[in-house]
Design a binder for this molecule. Structure first.
Ligand code: ADP
Ligand code: TZP
Ligand code: MG
Length: 271
């Protein structure tokens, strides 16, 4: 980060996010609902899981940001997602798309095509999801990635340019681009993909930072990913497996401060 961007540094945005504690409207899957809500609470913000089409558009307008995750879809949920994305856009609130396993079935492909047309501010996915979203051939199997992040970097840039949005690809290291600027984020733990819904929870946290800095979605995304990178690294120190890691991770997120972010999350500016 340059000096002029100091007020958008991950440490500063973390403080701002906790001070503002924005309401984050999450439409996420059945698997992720609990861990994603606990992740946002531990980080210092306020989640609400609201997916009914009768209310999701109205709710999106009063929240600071919306996150939409297609992990466990039904026709009714898709209707709720479209209402919410439309409501968020009309109220000029940022919204984040997590295209879980969108390449797996026609139903998912159609849903994600409709959601892309509603112009997400940020897309966050694993490497296989981002490669496929840009039109490439991915090796993904269901919700888990089969591709390295490096292989998705060009796809992410193309997608960001075509969609005019920020794209984050996550994995053993993360890549974030707005189509021109790009950074890699280093940290985290190999235990993170051993716990379900870590990516979904990260998407929810991206929403919290987007609500904090709605005019700076690139920096907001970096801040959220840096928090996960740092908390993952810290949690690994005491964990003996996925279960203890999950507990330690929430505690690390809760106790995270600017100094720990500096020490444990590496941000490599590429362009
Ligand atoms: N091998 C790994 N080493 C370090 N961090 C990882 C690893 N795999 C995933 N992560 C981290 O786990 C979080 C979820 O990412 P990912 O597993 O790519 O998402 P998803 O669960 O949607 O597939 C991100 O913060 C990412 O950086
Ligand atoms: C296992 C599973 N099945 C449908 S959604 C879901 C959770 C996926 O979570 P993540 O994308 O964070 O790994
Ligand atoms: Mg995922």
């Amino acid at each position: 980060m340059t000096d002029t961007h100091q007020n958008l540094s991950p440490a500063r945005l973390l403080t701002d996010m906790r001070d503002a504690a924005p309401l984050v409207h999450c439409i996420t899957n059945y698997v992720a609902m609990n861990i994603a809500a606990n992740t946002l609470l531990a980080a210092g913000t306020s989640p609400a899981m609201v997916h009914a089409p009768e209310e999701s558009g109205e709710f999106a307008a009063i929240a600071g940001a919306l996150t939409v995750n297609i992990g466990t879809l039904s026709s009714e949920w898709v209707a709720g997602m479209k209402e919410a994305a439309t409501g968020a856009s009309a109220a000029q609130k940022p919204w984040v798309l997590d295209p879980v396993a969108h390449f797996a079935t026609g139903f998912r492909r159609d849903a994600v095509t409709a959601l892309l047309a509603l112009k997400p501010t940020i897309i966050r996915g694993n490497a296989s999801e981002i490669i496929a979203l840009a039109g490439g051939q991915s090796a993904g199997q269901g919700v888990d990635s089969g591709d390295p992040v490096e292989q998705a970097e060009e796809a992410a840039k193309t997608l960001a340019q075509n969609q005019k949005c920020v794209v984050a690809v996550t994995g053993s290291s993360d890549f974030v681009t707005d189509g021109s600027a790009a950074v890699r984020i280093h940290g985290g733990s190999a235990l993170m993909p051993k716990i379900t819904a870590m990516g979904c929870s990260l998407t929810a946290l991206v929403g919290a930072f987007a609500a904090t800095a709605p005019k700076a979605p690139f920096e907001a995304t970096i801040a959220a990913l840096a928090c996960f990178a740092a908390a993952g690294k810290m949690a690994e120190k005491t964990a003996s497996g996925p279960a203890s890691f999950a507990t330690a991770f929430l505690d690390a997120l809760y106790n995270l401060d600017g100094a720990a972010l500096e020490t444990h999350a590496g941000i490599e500016v590429l362009s």
